[in-house]
Ligand binder design. Structure first.
Ligand code: SAH
Length: 219
């Protein structure tokens, strides 16, 4: 029997807190959400390794440290309405749900939507909603957002996403070519509508496929 709770605490300590991400709300969220519930059964024993794992539809659940880095950069607070693009397994959406008021997580693969929705409902993350669709368009029906967190990479940040941000809102998104090293970029929409850009380091994410992302070829 694996002691998942002990592994979870150790993961938070070694791969998140000791690597410099130490905001209490972030650590509390990672200590609460059971990652083993978001990976397929075969991989449960690796749920607390600090690496990505394969999920259905040929996608991946991101490395815990990178999920933490992305969410930390987005500066999520308890009154925020957040859009996650690329819900995948639903894990990052569940973490966001612990820190924000409301989370809309959009995913293009119907199979993943169904699995993520089942998990989110079973674990009672009532402020998290999994939506099927093309997140490269954002989610106009639910806009505006305080923060947008993209778990898939684009060649640029689509303007439609900036348009769906409140003044003071943040977007964190990996920018670069598919299947290469990308740069994690944070854009902050200032009160006057202008954007401030920060580069947060090198990452590797699956491509954002859609109208304002890459074309759907073999992904
Ligand atoms: N946040 C996820 C990581 C999933 S990987 C987790 O915690 O498990 C990125 C996901 O983005 C993939 O599931 C992929 O299908 C999805 N994706 C790619 N392009 C998309 C788009 N235009 N709209 C919505 N989801 C997209």
């Amino acid at each position: 029997m694996i002691d998942f709770a002990a592994e979870r605490d150790a993961m938070v300590e070694h791969t998140i807190r000791r690597r410099g991400l130490d905001r209490p709300a972030l650590l509390a969220a990672f200590r609460t959400v059971p990652r083993e519930e978001f990976v397929s059964g075969n991989y449960a024993g690796h749920a607390y390794d600090d690496g990505p794992l394969p999920i259905e539809s040929g996608q991946t659940i991101s490395q815990p440290y990178i999920v933490a880095l992305t969410i930390d950069a987005a500066g999520i607070g308890p009154t925020d309405k957040v859009l996650e693009i690329g819900a995948g397994s639903g894990y990052a959406a569940a973490i966001l749900g612990q820190m924000a008021r409301e989370v809309i997580a959009i995913e293009r693969h119907a199979e993943l939507v169904e699995l993520a929705r089942e998990r989110i409902e079973r674990l009672r993350y009532d402020n998290v909603r999994i939506v099927e669709g093309d997140g490269s368009r954002g989610c106009p029906a639910e806009a505006p957002f305080d923060a947008v967190v993209a778990a898939a990479s684009g060649s640029h940040v689509p303007t439609v996403l900036v348009d769906q941000l409140k003044p003071g809102g943040r977007i964190v998104m990996p920018i670069g070519a598919p299947h290469s090293i990308q740069s994690l970029v944070k854009l902050t929409k200032k009160e006057d509508g202008t954007l401030e850009r920060e580069d947060l380091g090198a990452v590797r994410f699956v491509p954002l496929i859609g109208e304002h992302g890459f074309a759907n070829t073999t992904f």
